[in-house]
Design a protein around this ligand. Structure first.
Ligand SMILES: Cc1cc2nc3c(=O)[nH]c(=O)nc-3n(C[C@H](O)[C@H](O)[C@H](O)COP(=O)(O)OP(=O)(O)OC[C@H]3O[C@@H](n4cnc5c(N)ncnc54)[C@H](O)[C@@H]3O)c2cc1C
Length: 464
């Protein structure tokens, strides 16, 4: 497949999520002389739908974000990913069901996102406000709103994107950046299925007062990514910034919470809940916590936090500009290596459309932005190469990289899904202790840039 027209080829992007917007910026910034670009989104406006939780963005995603975005967007990134304050540590702390520390994965300390961008190791990242990141990425982007794509039609010299309103748009390349339920993927690779991991999660965003935020930070030793593993296949997850979102009489903080438990518990108990009724969902979450957790201070704290979930739209106040009613949500993923390589043609998948992963390791957003970075770099070869070769190289690398992270995230869920008895608990503690020592050693070496016998940064620390 060669593009033979005299005018610049046109790229159509379907989906103005973080992946699609990153790629849009990247085309304009890095390929602007070679390609035209248009972007379409099913939402009716930037405020149409709730844009989500606090998210963790891995160093790889941050480096790619800088590659993809122009200076004016980069200057605004701290609005979405604020500079760290001294008390915060963007590390991962895992505790057990009664609050004993199991694992602490340290991350390199830094003041701002700009310090992370040039790092080469993987032990850095930052907790971001996802809705603000979407806002910042919309800067300067001419999104065509209210354009729900329902499929495409290929022809000899291009591809038509088809929309629900009966319109169609012609381009040379169609990028499906339309999320986990992508109609473009369903048409292009129908055998690539969404897998249900057998865990139900109830995820919510809440605003908490300072005294509760202090307790949470104390329990997790100031780590911003916080997890408590239960004994019954359940886990409690929280993620926060210790930066107030409201400075009135008592400062308050935004926290994202998730409580996950094996789905078969709801099936076995024949649970019937109206998933459209927020109050019923939160009652159910609290009932499960009481049932699966021992009475202790940590359990009380979990219940107290879930009791703060708003049952209706709390007004226009940030961060709740739009409201996402709590509901039971199945953890699901898509492994791109579960099917043979698909055809390298004008239809290209990017982000969750190709490789959705469960949120446990916080790698989904990073992979979507890395796709945007990779696809741009492959398309830079377009002048000397034909388009299909660029797309083949993108597909090969994207599938392998993202599949690794899908598998890692999936295995983490599956390992935690089964209940553990007393012996299992001892094994769990021993494994975590061993990992703790190993990971702290690796992180120390990587973050201090040490090579065997020598400290690269010039300090006098020697390993032997
Ligand atoms: C509860 C939860 C917590 C998460 N936490 C993290 C985290 O901490 N760290 C992390 O890295 N990842 C996290 N993730 C995953 C992360 O949200 C996704 O990996 C990421 O959003 C993928 O970006 P994307 O642009 O590919 O897709 P999306 O963000 O899903 O964007 C797709 C866009 O396409 C639009 N669209 C969909 N269908 C159509 C259509 N037919 N026509 C036109 N437009 C369409 C959608 O409206 C949307 O705007 C989490 C996910 C969940 C569910």
């Amino acid at each position: 497949m060669e593009i033979t027209t005299n005018k610049n080829p046109t790229i159509l992007i379907v989906g103005a999520g973080i992946g699609g917007l990153s790629f849009y910026h990247s085309v304009r910034k890095n390929l602007g002389n070679t390609f035209n670009v248009k972007i379409f989104e099913r939402e009716t406006s930037p405020q149409d739908r709730w844009q989500g939780y606090n998210i963790y963005i891995h160093r790889r995603g941050i480096t790619s974000l800088f590659y993809c975005t122009p200076a004016e967007v980069q200057a605004r990134l701290p609005e979405a990913i604020p500079n760290s304050i001294p008390k915060e540590h963007h590390a991962i702390a895992i505790i057990d069901h009664v609050g004993r520390h199991l694992l602490y994965v340290p991350q390199q300390k830094f003041k701002s996102i700009y310090e992370i961008e040039p790092l080469k190791h993987d032990f850095a990242g930052m907790v971001a406000f996802r809705n603000r990141l979407r806002d910042v990425l919309l800067e300067g982007v001419d999104v065509q709103w209210d354009k729900k794509c329902v499929g495409y039609e290929e022809c000899d010299n291009g591809v038509w994107a088809l929309f629900e309103d009966g319109t169609r748009e012609f381009g040379d390349l169609l990028i499906g950046a339309d999320g986990i339920n992508s109609p473009i993927r369903k048409q292009k690779v129908p055998s690539l299925e969404i897998i249900d991991l057998g865990v139900t999660s109830i995820d919510v965003d809440i605003e908490i007062p300072k005294n509760l935020a202090d307790r949470l930070m104390f329990v997790y030793a100031n780590s911003l990514m916080q997890k408590s593993l239960g004994r019954n296949g359940d886990s409690f997850f929280s993620m926060m910034r210790f930066i107030p979102i409201d400075q009135s009489d008592e400062p308050s903080y935004r926290v994202t919470l998730g409580y996950g438990y094996p789905t078969n518990l709801d099936i076995k108990d024949n649970i019937v809940i109206d998933d459209k009724n927020p109050e019923a969902i939160i009652k159910h979450a609290i009932t499960r916590i009481k049932q699966l957790r021992p009475p202790c201070e940590l359990t009380d704290l979990m219940i107290e936090l879930f009791s703060l979930v708003p049952f209706s739209h709390p007004g226009e106040k940030y961060p709740f500009r739009t409201y996402n009613p709590p509901r039971r949500r199945q953890l699901r993923d898509i492994d791109p290596l579960s099917v043979p390589p698909w055809k390298n043609d004008r239809i290209v998948l990017l982000g969750d459309a190709a490789h959705a992963m469960n949120p446990l390791l916080g790698l989904g957003v990073s992979n979507a932005i890395e796709d945007a970075d990779l696809l741009t770099k492959e398309l830079l070869n377009y002048e000397n190469d034909n388009l299909i070769a660029c797309i083949r190289r993108y597909n090969e690398q994207m599938r392998v990289r993202s599949s690794k992270d899908v598998t890692k995230s999936r295995n983490t869920v599956l390992r935690q899904r089964d209940p553990v008895g007393n012996f299992g608990l001892i094994v769990r503690y021993s494994i975590f202790r061993a990992i703790n020592v190993l990971i702290n050693f690796i992180v120390f070496v990587k973050t201090h840039d040490i090579v065997w016998g020598r400290h690269v940064t010039g300090s006098s620390i020697l390993l032997n």
